[in-house]
Ligand binder design. Structure first.
Ligand SMILES: NC(=O)C1=CN([C@@H]2O[C@H](COP(=O)(O)OP(=O)(O)OC[C@H]3O[C@@H](n4cnc5c(N)ncnc54)[C@H](OP(=O)(O)O)[C@@H]3O)[C@@H](O)[C@H]2O)C=CC1
Ligand SMILES: Cc1cn([C@H]2C[C@H](O)[C@@H](COP(=O)(O)OP(=O)(O)O[C@H]3O[C@@H](C)C(=O)[C@@H](O)[C@H]3O)O2)c(=O)[nH]c1=O
Ligand SMILES: [Mg+2]
Length: 291
């Protein structure tokens, strides 16, 4: 099976390239310059040459704060581009698996978010990703939209790498303790995406299509996540960094973030039998590679 995935250096595309060889699946990464999400002509040209069985739409404008001042560009990259890719997939009669985000929700709900809950993004990034979900669903019924969250990995830019970098020069860090979600390893996402892509290309069942939540098991605040990272750092090289637990109000940012980002993964478990490992276990795996 051949999977075309958008982007070249991103976390999820990098994880797919690594995990694809383990799973015996050919992964073809398509990104700039051949495929630029702001250039519709490049989107139409590239996939018919690759002849994939499934397209994975992983490329995105992910700079959450910067998107507040570049909302138009975020919409082109996160909504118009992926919608055009879904149209291409429709023309090729193949499924598209698209990555979306917890940031499509407001964070005001008390419990876990399920797939049918009302969306209500509170940031430009979240609005652009929601528009992407809607465009894809309208363009190609043969789609799976995977809402994940708090992605980290040995690749690209992410919270784990930021914490380790800051730890080089600091003994204590202020980290928000009133936003709750589930850190998710891109390596675990890649394994799930490959399993889902295999099922989709073999089975037309419409129950396999639609929106699914896909996050690491367990939950944490960003402060909990930072503490787990620094616990791993201490074990590895003895460096001690303490976390001062602060509120969102004490950490002003251009973009608002949901206070509650916790997503129920029951639908994915029931439909596909997929459950991601606990975030603490996967954090250790990533720290082992980074340290
Ligand atoms: N990171 C996170 O915490 C979360 C991410 N997601 C979603 O998961 C998906 C994967 O995220 P992640 O791997 O972390 O993303 P990254 O930020 O690591 O990578 C972004 C990717 O998008 C590509 N890209 C950006 N702009 C363009 C463009 N104009 N044309 C072509 N490619 C472009 C980049 O290209 P290049 O290779 O050239 O740099 C890169 O490969 C995204 O859809 C994201 O919205 C969902 C929840 C959380
Ligand atoms: C660096 C730093 C961040 N923070 C806070 C800010 C923020 O609330 C939280 C996480 O910071 P980040 O900049 O990594 O967060 P952010 O870029 O908003 O992460 C999001 O990215 C997009 C792409 C998604 O789709 C989301 O699921 C989520 O992963 O931690 C601190 O409290 N202290 C710090 O030293
Ligand atoms: Mg960020």
């Amino acid at each position: 099976m051949r999977i075309a995935v958008t982007g070249k250096q991103g976390q999820v595309v990098s994880a797919l390239l690594e995990r694809g060889s383990v799973a015996g699946v050919e992964i073809v990464a398509v990104g700039r310059p051949e495929l630029d999400l702001v250039d519709r002509a490049s989107i139409r040209a590239v996939f018919s040459q690759i002849k994939p069985d499934v397209i994975v739409s992983a490329a995105a404008y992910t700079a959450v704060d910067k998107a507040e001042s570049e909302e138009e560009l975020a919409f082109v990259v996160n909504a118009e581009g992926p919608t055009a890719i879904a149209e291409v997939a429709k023309g090729l009669e193949i499924p598209i698996v698209h990555l979306s985000t917890d940031y499509v929700f407001s964070g005001d709900k008390q419990g876990l978010y399920v797939e049918t809950d009302a969306t209500g993004p509170v940031s430009a990034y979240g609005r652009s990703k929601l528009a992407g979900e809607q465009g894809i669903a309208a363009a190609n019924p043969n789609h799976v939209i995977l809402r994940t969250a708090w992605v980290y990995s040995p690749f690209g830019a992410n919270f784990v790498k930021t914490m380790l970098r800051l730890a080089e020069t600091r003994d204590a860090l202020n980290v928000v303790a009133d936003q709750r979600g589930s850190p998710t390893s891109a390596l675990d996402i890649a394994d799930a995406v490959i399993a889902i892509a295999k099922r989709l290309s073999a089975d037309n069942d419409e129950n396999l299509r639609g929106i699914f939540h896909l996050t690491g098991s367990g939950e944490a605040t960003w402060a909990d996540f930072a503490e787990a990272i620094f616990a791993g750092l201490k074990t590895k090289n003895g460096k001690v960094v303490s976390v001062d637990r602060i509120t969102t109000a004490d950490y002003p940012t251009p973009a608002k973030r949901p206070a509650n980002s916790r997503l129920s993964n029951d639908k994915l478990k029931q439909t596909y039998g997929i459950v991601l490992p606990d975030w603490k276990e996967s954090t250790k795996v990533v720290l082992d590679r980074l340290l």
